[in-house]
Design a protein around this ligand. Structure first.
Ligand code: PAN
Ligand code: ZN
Length: 191
């Protein structure tokens, strides 16, 4: 591996914005409409001409190879599709034996995880929460508050991302608001 020069990024702890500006990935509802449990509600919103930004990811550009530590901030906007809060797509790491660390910066949310052998976990996050995604756990974050939920993440360069498994199967647990209360429920479409 070549010697790289050290560098730093100033992170706005409220918004997650990187300075100097790095790459920004924007995910709109149209990029993930079928991932919400209430597909009809998602489609109705799109049909009305509304395609809200669900989340943005500010990423450092680093080689995706062993030895490097990739890092980014994610800002999930507040909102719901049907009863389900705005969330990330979620993924397994392509190399399943690679973990990750998340640190809550602002707002509040949940980190939902699951393994391919049937385990599930839902961890509440707030500013200052360092949450660990161990190897083999798929992970998705959800904004359960009324302000943007912002967190920092760091993971191994060789981990890679497998979105297809979650796009096909979804998550076992959903984070929804029912009767004005947050609930962690079983996904009726998961089998
Ligand atoms: C995070 C996620 C980020 C966006 O950096 O990539 O929060 O979520 P999706 O990748 O599921 O769209 C991470 O887990 N990296 O490995
Ligand atoms: Zn990850």
């Amino acid at each position: 591996m070549e010697i790289m020069q050290p560098f730093k990024t100033e992170v706005d702890l409220q918004t997650g914005v990187f300075s100097p500006t790095r790459d920004i990935i924007t995910r709109k509802l149209s990029n993930m409409a079928t991932m919400y449990a209430d597909v009809e509600a998602a489609q109705a919103l799109l049909d009305s001409g509304d395609d809200p930004i669900i989340y943005e990811v500010h990423v450092t550009e680093l080689p995706e190879v062993e030895g490097h530590i990739l890092h980014c901030t994610t800002k999930i906007y507040p909102g719901k599709i049907g009863d389900e809060y705005f969330m990330t797509k979620g993924h397994y790491h392509a190399q399943r034996d690679q973990g990750e660390v998340y640190v809550g910066l602002s707002g509040e949310g949940y980190l939902v995880m699951q393994t391919e052998s049937g385990e599930s976990s839902a961890i509440a996050m707030k500013p200052g929460t360092a949450a660990y995604v161990p190897p083999y756990w798929a992970h998705r974050t959800i904004n359960t508050g009324s302000e943007p939920f912002v967190f920092f993440a760091a993971w191994a360069g060789e981990a890679g991302h497998d979105y297809g498994t979650i796009e096909r199967d979804g998550f076992r647990q959903l984070i929804v608001e029912k009767d004005g209360h947050l609930q962690v429920i079983d996904n009726p479409k998961y089998d």
